[in-house]
Design a protein around this ligand. Sequence first.
Ligand code: HSE
Length: 304
Amino acid sequence: MPSRVRVLIPASSANLGPGFDCLGLALSLHNAVEFTALGPGEGLQVEVEGEGAGWLATDGGNLIVRAANAVWEATGHAPTGVRVKAGNGIPLGSGLGSSAAATVGGLVAANALLDNPLPRSALLRLARQIEGHPDNAAAALFGGLTMVSAVGEELMCESLEVPPMKVAIALPNVRLSTREARDALPLHVPLSDAVFNIGRTAFVVRALQKGDFAMLGWAMTDRLHQPYRRKLIPGFDAAVQAARTAGAAAVALSGAGPSVAAFAPDKHWEIANAMKAAFEASGVSCRTFVLPVDRQGVQISAVG
Ligand code: HSE
């Protein structure tokens, strides 16, 4: 059994417009999670650096630890003590999959410390139980473009390769929890909106696989969640328009937001800066990123 493992987990953008709770794209911005097995009586030690340091829980309530506990319960094996070090590069509450990254980090690190008794498909099931939806976790686990279908006990997941591409991200300084963003959605939607999204989702998958930005620009439109969520993000409509004017082929709310993700063959920084200027003109400060698609998913980078 290893006594120390280090795991790198990518950020992710879920939904990709119409693929609500079904599509995810892994992005090259990472959290690192390190687990060191400790002896009896040394208990649980948690250190957090980077995003969320100072206010994320450093006890059993930490999401990484809660995820690790799920592995220890499922396998019936737990270390006598563990030191958890988190180095967070993914901004929290951003729509870039930070909670899925923490969950996947805890699951994969705990499993690796036990010599990997659980397959990744079982880890995805645990991630779904913890997260409530599996789209970000699937992308973080498997990398590339992932599609999931999770209804009741069923969970199907496929990871698809996409050509190398970059995504321009604007992260406005707006507090919006996934819970609030989900509470804004209706319980029922018109059949015509469901049919609209089914068709567009299929074409988003094909467009990303082909790297066909013209097709993506047509397909990446949504009637199930963005029309209800856009009102929660001041400057959202202006940022979408600014991204298009600057050359974006397609623009979507990233996950539950508030980040906005823009897809284009080039001019990524111009697009990111145009979105930032639009948010700032609406009185909202904004961070920007240009992130390549992560094609590997979670990596166990060191075992000792
Ligand atoms: N599919 C989820 C949602 C993603 O849109 O609520 C949350 O990041």
